[in-house]
Design a protein around this ligand. Structure first.
Ligand code: 13P
Length: 247
């Protein structure tokens, strides 16, 4: 696996975020003495991006934002554009189910994706079925296709697809390995058919230090998107360590 991404959601004040990032960085440096690190990306809330960026400068963590607006600038009170993020982050989460819950459609996600790619940032596109059914793979493939509708796939050098079954997020209920493998394979095939030959698939949904060994064994996956367990440096560093050991 190549990626471990921490989504801090709406947690941490600025001082808390700075302290957490510093502790994670120290933990990663210990791992790096013995093993090569995967790409580690932290996605703090917007309010802490600048301060965390200062802490991790020239170190082994990259930064991501949790959302973005599709417009470059304009009268959009409370929104943040890709251009405004460009100096701070390399990655942007788009279409997280917690945003879709408040009305974000595939059409909106598609506009955001186009804006992010145009700005030269790397999208982490979230898809995931609401309920566990036999139609999950085709449901998420439709989400993927519709989310890619605004872009010319060949213009997307990097696309991280985060498969996050909604029913597994924050529930302690990690999807079965066979289910994750099946959906990941289907997502990669769908991306390839559209013209994205190197779509990487991450899994997110209740990954923690106790179940990570099972998840890293799923060879169809290229990484993890971690929510709750990224808020504890010990848990998050243990997860990175498991990924790093696994290679
Ligand atoms: P949990 O790891 O808390 O289930 O959250 C997953 C997630 O939503 C990451 O974006």
């Amino acid at each position: 696996m190549q990626y471990v991404i921490g989504n801090w959601k709406m947690h941490c004040t600025v001082p808390e975020a700075v302290a957490l990032a510093g502790r994670i960085e120290d933990g990663l440096e210990d791992i790096a003495k013995d093993q090569p690190l995967p790409t580690v990306v932290l996605c703090p809330p917007f309010t802490a991006l600048s301060a965390v960026s200062d802490v991790i400068q020239h170190r082994s963590i990259s930064l991501g934002a949790q959302d973005v607006h599709w417009a470059d600038h304009g009268p959009h009170t409370g929104e943040i554009s890709p251009t405004q993020l460009k100096d701070l982050v390399q990655y942007v989460i788009i279409g997280h189910s917690e945003r879709r819950e408040s009305g974000e459609t595939n059409e909106i996600v598609a506009r955001k994706l186009k804006a992010v790619v145009t700005a030269g940032l790397i999208p982490i596109l979230c898809v995931g079925e609401k309920e566990l059914t036999s139609k999950a793979a085709s449901e998420v493939a439709t989400e993927l296709k519709e989310s890619l509708a605004e872009i010319e796939p060949k213009t997307v050098p990097d696309l991280l697809i985060a498969y996050e079954p909604v029913w597994a997020i924050g529930t302690g209920d990690v999807a079965e390995s066979g289910h994750i493998a099946e959906v990941a394979t289907h997502l990669k095939k769908t991306a390839a058919k559209i013209g994205i030959s190197d779509g990487q698939v991450l899994y997110g949904g209740s990954v923690d230090r106790d179940n990570v060994e099972r998840v890293v064994d799923i060879s169809e996956l290229d990484g993890l998107l971690v929510g709750g367990s990224s808020l504890s440096d010990q848990s998050f560093v243990s997860i990175v360590s498991a990924v790093s050991r696994h290679g």
